[in-house]
Design a protein around this ligand. Structure first.
Ligand code: UFG
Length: 336
């Protein structure tokens, strides 16, 4: 399933980061030629397990254009971005700079270098508080935080460019809540001051944080905490390979949700983190975090039908246990 008809050359921006590194590994295993372009601001050199790494910033048009001219990719996968909803509320310009302006830089450089295929890391945050759940790709884009807005703007760049140029096609993948780690614990999430729920919970189980805060218990959900559709990072990596195969087959540009179509509350996740780790870590209920929608569940028929995506890790316990193995490995490495 993973073999591409011919060796595809793929430039991966942000390939040293959490999701990008899982995709770089999967592309390498599928026989693609991969080159990572990453400024290592949050990524790690050691996470690039396939192909070479160019340390560079997307704002550096000269290096970007040289890299494209040298490597001559068939397609680009664009992961490099700022990703934290809370930070986007307090520092919005960072998000518009990194996620919109730098993406525009990349897209312009692709046009110049005549690269005709792009796979873009978008987000469920483009939907804001959806009127209907599960939210499908046709839903209105009404982001409620600068993070979602910054990604929505880039989707618009791509859609308009696709209208203007027949030789440019793209797939935008709207990620729901990505979590878990490579099942062989070769890769996982690893950056300073993580804010995501599963990582925070497991690091609290390890004693790295004294307490896990639960942000808001008065949402209109079964237990009052927010509901999210957690998708395993290796299934998400597979979705990128499926999207590349789709573009290679000549299909039209499109947008796909990446999620499993069902969700869990924050309390569900906390209970599973305690079960998987075997640690009854301290939990404190605090007020809502600004910018958080109550519930996000992916409508996922389109990706299954049109990309043939077949997830393998649709299980909260698997997501938590792969992340737990990775977190323990990080601790063991730090102690060495
Ligand atoms: N949460 C806590 N305590 C924490 C961290 C998070 O209670 O310490 C809660 C949040 O308030 C939220 C839920 O756990 O209700 C999930 O929060 P995350 O920070 O893990 O993830 P987000 O839902 O904020 O955002 C993630 C991605 C976005 C993406 C979004 C789409 O970071 O890129 O999922 O569903 F847009």
């Amino acid at each position: 399933m993973n073999n591409f008809p011919e060796k595809t050359r793929v430039l991966v921006t942000g390939g040293a980061g959490y999701i990008g590194s899982h995709v770089v590994l999967a592309l390498g295993q599928a026989g693609c030629d991969v080159l990572t372009y990453d400024n290592l601001s949050t990524g790690n050199r050691d996470a690039v397990l396939s192909g070479d790494l160019v340390v560079g910033d997307l704002a550096d048009r000269v290096l970007l254009s040289e890299t494209l001219a040298d490597f001559r990719p068939d397609a680009v996968m664009h992961f490099a971005a700022s990703i934290e909803v809370g930070e986007s509320v307090t520092d919005p310009l960072k998000y518009y700079r990194n996620n919109s302006v730098n993406a525009l830089n990349l897209i312009e450089a692709l046009c110049q270098a005549r690269v005709g295929k792009m796979i873009f890391s978008s987000t469920a945050a483009v939907y804001g508080n959806p009127e209907q759940l599960p939210v499908t790709e046709q839903a209105a884009l009404q982001p409620i935080n600068p993070y979602g807005a910054s990604k929505m703007i880039t989707e618009r760049f791509l859609a308009d460019l696709n209208q203007a140029r027949v030789d440019f096609r793209y797939v935008s993948l709207r990620y729901f809540n990505v979590a878990g780690a490579d099942p062989g614990a070769r890769l996982g999430q690893d950056y300073a001051n993580p804010t995501h729920l599963i990582t925070r919970a497991l690091k609290t189980a390890l004693g790295i944080y004294p307490v896990l805060q639960v942000f808001g218990t008065d949402y209109p959900t079964a237990d009052g905490t927010c509901i999210r559709d957690y998708i395993h990072v290796s299934d998400l990596a597979q979705a990128h390979l499926d999207a590349l195969r789709y573009l290679n087959a000549g299909h039209a540009s499109s947008v796909f949700n990446c999620g499993y179509g069902h969700g869990f509350t924050v309390n569900d996740v906390v209970a599973m983190a305690k079960q998987v780790s075997g640690v009854d870590f301290p939990v404190e209920q605090v007020g809502r975090r600004e910018g958080d929608p109550a519930e996000l569940i992916a409508g996922c028929d389109k990706i299954r039908q049109q990309l043939g995506w077949q997830p393998r890790f649709d299980n909260l316990e698997t997501i938590l246990s792969t992340a737990w193995e990775w977190e323990k490995k990080l601790v063991a490495q730090a102690e060495r």
